[in-house]
Write a protein that binds this ligand. Structure first.
Ligand code: NAD
Ligand code: ZN
Length: 374
């Protein structure tokens, strides 16, 4: 079992190689109601009538008016997918087989509509439609040989930054690891803040805190550089307005969507830190969703991120959010040991947080102590 963090630009520089040349989303549309322009955005990308656009949509929208607004033409297909579990490599393989069997031509495009789960699935399906073999073979860095099918991300939940990142995080047969490649990044993103209207309040908070924690970990990391700082500071400021201010709802939705974008840009060129390392352990053993896992861990990290944890406490109180307690209470020593191993394997995250001699501070005892308090 391996769980790994992403080597960063700074590591590449330290290793004496060149700085990494990151792809960015080349086209983005922003604004309430902008989803209705999706039809005209897709039109020039349609190759012919037999090459459909496949829409992967969070099944939370099954009976919602959003489905009727999807610009279907010819043989286009909507595939509804549950986001109740984080995305898996076998799920991508099954979707790719289903799409290949349904159509005589490779699709003109894949559109992912949902939170981080659907966005990552859409990225991975678009890659695998043009590359041979199984999805798990591409978990890692720069293993993708051929460009993906044209793919579009439409976030309906703000915070993960998956809409801007060059990774699609998947649980595979023996590890949770992203497909990190220049071909992973979306060709087009549609940022329509109105699509986040129906998000349950707890989920809004947890995924929003994923963004806030990206900022704290990036801004307080040893990998920090002017590129990451400029995006991280803006994202953090927007999170403070959203979670500590009294913004009108529509403005709050817009600002959180932009915070997610900037937070994603910030970690692209630096790295996350201790909360993410520990959250991966929780997720691996307990299946805890990413945003919630980060929150559960982060409140116990005052020794590492004092100001961020203080602000997090104020955000919890201001928004009347109660985090689950006793989450690790029933765990065996073996479970705890697995969680510690998963967390410690995220080397770049620890190095970003604590510097090159991180192992002197992040001992198994220290980590078990934090887990036992969750
Ligand atoms: P999610 O996509 O898993 O969705 C969480 C819940 O919110 C689901 O029940 C979903 O149905 C619901 N939901 C989404 N939009 C809704 C809406 N508008 N109205 C009502 N309900 C809605 O949540 P997430 O936190 O956005 O994504 C988590 C995933 O993102 C994890 O798999 C994580 O690994 C991944 N992630 C990826 C990156 C990346 O860079 N690729 C970064 C961080 C996290
Ligand atoms: Zn995160």
């Amino acid at each position: 079992m391996k769980v790994k963090g992403e080597p960063t630009n700074v590591e590449a520089a330290r290793a004496g190689s060149n700085y990494r040349n990151f792809p960015m989303v080349p086209r983005v549309i922003f604004g309430p109601g902008s989803f209705d322009q999706l039809g005209e955005i897709l039109m020039p990308r349609r190759k012919h009538a037999e090459a459909p656009v496949v829409f992967l949509v969070d099944d939370v929208f099954e009976d919602s008016p959003l489905l009727g607004r999807i610009p279907l033409l010819f043989d286009d297909q909507i595939i509804l997918i549950s986001a109740s579990e984080e995305p898996k490599t076998w799920q991508v393989d099954a979707l790719v087989s289903r799409i290949r069997e349904s159509f005589s031509s490779t699709p003109s495009g894949i559109v992912g509509i949902g939170g981080g789960t659907l966005l990552d699935l859409a990225k991975a399906v678009a890659i695998m439609l043009n590359n041979p073999g199984e999805t798990s073979g591409y978990q890692g860095w720069d293993l993708v040989g051929k460009p993906a099918v044209y793919h579009v991300g439409v976030p309906t939940l703000s915070g993960t930054g998956a809409e801007v990142s060059r990774t699609a995080v998947l649980l595979g047969p023996d590890r949770k690891l992203g497909i990190n490649s220049d071909y992973t990044t979306f060709d087009q993103v549609v940022l329509d803040p109105d699509l986040t209207r129906g998000v349950p309040r707890d989920q809004w908070f947890y995924t929003g805190m994923d963004c806030f924690i990206h900022c704290v970990e990036s801004l307080n990391g040893t990998y920090l550089n002017a590129f990451s700082q400029s995006y991280g500071e803006k994202a953090q400021e927007l999170c403070e307005e959203v979670f500590l201010g009294d913004l009108p709802e529509a403005e709050s939705r817009e600002k959180l969507m932009m915070a997610s974008w900037h937070g994603g840009m910030s970690i692209a060129y630096s790295q996350v830190g201790i909360a993410h390392a520990l959250s991966y352990g929780l997720s691996y053993v307990l299946g805890t969703p990413h945003g919630l896992g980060n929150c559960l861990v982060f409140r116990h990290l005052g020794a590492y991120y004092p100001e961020g944890v203080r602000q997090f406490g104020s955000m919890l109180a201001k928004n009347n959010i109660r985090l689950p307690e006793g989450v690790c209470a029933g765990l065996t020593e073996h479970d705890l040991d697995t969680m510690v191993q998963v967390a410690l394997s995220m080397v770049p995250l620890w190095e970003n947080a604590l510097g090159p001699d991180w192992q002197t501070q992040a001992t198994p005892e220290v980590i078990v102590d934090i887990y036992k308090r969750i």
